[in-house]
Design a binder for this molecule. Structure first.
Ligand SMILES: [Zn+2]
Ligand SMILES: [Zn+2]
Ligand SMILES: [Zn+2]
Ligand SMILES: [Zn+2]
Length: 115
C-alpha cells in the first residue's frame, strides 16, 4: 500500500512505512528496531543479532559505556562508534569506498565527516 504512514519510534511523527531514516528526527530505522548490520528485526533485550550473529551492544572505546543498536554515538562522551550509509542507513566499514549493502559511493560522506 503506497503512502501508508506509521509513527516514528523516536519522535512520534508519521513517516512512510519503508523509511530507513526518519526525515524529522534523522534517526535510523524509525519503525522497527533492526540489526544495524543486516537489517533483520531485533528486540530491545537481545545482545546479539539472531540472523548475522554480530553484537548489538558495543562498548564505547573511550569510556566503556554500553551503546545499543539505536545509537551511533556514546551518550556519555559522544564518541562516534558507528557510521551509517547516507542512502540505506546500513553500518559502514570505516573508510570503505562503497556501501556493502546498497553500493552507494561514500567518498563525499567521509569527507563531510572528516574521516
Ligand atoms: Zn523521528
Ligand atoms: Zn544482523
Ligand atoms: Zn563513551
Ligand atoms: Zn547503503
Amino acid at each position: 500500500m503506497p503512502g501508508y504512514k506509521r509513527p516514528c519510534r523516536f519522535c512520534g511523527k508519521l513517516v512512510d512505512e519503508n523509511s530507513t531514516v526518519c526525515p524529522f528526527c534523522t534517526r535510523a530505522h524509525p519503525l522497527q528496531m533492526v540489526c544495524p548490520y543486516c537489517f533483520a528485526p531485533i528486540r530491545v533485550d537481545w545482545k546479539v543479532c539472531n540472523a548475522c550473529a554480530k553484537p548489538l551492544i558495543v562498548a564505547c572505546p573511550k569510556c566503556a559505556a554500553p551503546i545499543g543498536p539505536d545509537s551511533d554515538a556514546c551518550e556519555r562522551c559522544h564518541t562516534v562508534v558507528r557510521y551509517r550509509c547516507p542512502t540505506c542507513a546500513a553500518v559502514l566499514t570505516l573508510g570503505s569506498r562503497r556501501c556493502d549493502r546498497c553500493g552507494a559511493k561514500l567518498k563525499e560522506y567521509w569527507k563531510a565527516h572528516g574521516v
